[in-house]
Unconditional design. Structure first.
Length: 254
């Protein structure tokens, strides 16, 4: 009887040890949905998109379970600095003015500029010369808003930044706004969804200056994060094994 009990207890301890060994640590990744094709919410309420697939693949490389937290874009930096999230993946350009650390870029688009105009095809805005005096919107906390603030006086813009890109797009469609400034891939996604819209690249010296200093999108992490080097290594591995090429093909070219 004692031998049987000992064997049972031994088995319990062994199984318990196995369970502990196979349990992954978890990380929280912050994102901001409504920015196709990077991060969106499907009809079932699930996060989908290029960034979501990338973040899950990154978690696999890091050997951790990924938990996502969807929030307003302008709250991401503050949340990272208050340790609400381990990192953020939200189509974020590695702008040195942002108070976070950045990984190496995990995606650099075919178009070098992240500044595109999204407007009505029949709205009379066909190039950068038509922007003077117009009503313009962009997402709060983005590099697009930063650019808008720099050129607002020059173009006599009436500006109306908001937290939600989808709302801004709807206001262009209804005529409340003349255009919004967003990234090229996102602008093209909305043109596909709403044929009344069109898009073109914004031409301006401030755009050229920014492109020369910053390129691509990167993972954002709290200052001094222990994860930064690990993320950089994992990104290099995802590029080398073809994962990133497959994700780019899935979300940007199919």
């Amino acid at each position: 009887m004692k031998k049987t009990l000992l064997a049972v207890l031994t088995l319990v301890f062994v199984l318990s040890g196995c369970a502990q060994q196979t349990t992954k640590d978890s990380i929280t990744i912050l994102t901001s949905s409504g920015y196709p094709p990077y991060e969106m919410v499907d009809e079932a309420g699930n996060l989908i998109g290029f960034d979501i697939d990338f973040g899950n693949a990154l978690g696999e490389k890091l050997g951790v379970e990924v938990k996502w937290e969807d929030m307003d874009f302008d709250g991401i930096i503050g949340s990272l600095n208050s340790n609400r999230g381990t990192m953020a993946i939200a189509a974020m350009s590695p702008d040195p003015e942002r108070d976070v650390d950045f990984s190496v870029p995990y995606y650099i688009g075919a178009e070098e500029s992240p500044f595109f105009i999204l407007t009505l095809a029949e709205g009379g805005v066909v190039d950068s010369n038509d922007l003077v005096g117009k009503k313009v919107g962009t997402q709060i906390g983005t590099i697009q808003e930063s650019l808008l603030n720099k050129i607002e006086a020059e173009f006599s813009f009436v500006t109306d930044p908001k937290q939600n890109v989808s709302q801004l797009v709807q206001e262009v469609i209804t005529g409340r706004l003349d255009f919004v400034i967003i990234e090229g891939p996102t602008a093209r996604e909305y043109v596909l969804e709403f044929p009344a819209l069109t898009t073109f690249e914004l031409s301006h010296p401030e755009v050229t200056k920014y492109i020369e200093e910053v390129s691509g999108v990167s993972v954002a992490l709290p200052r001094g994060s222990e994860w930064t080097e690990k993320v950089n290594i994992a990104i290099a591995e995802l590029i080398a094994d073809g994962t990133m090429d497959a994700l780019i093909k899935k979300w940007f070219t199919e």
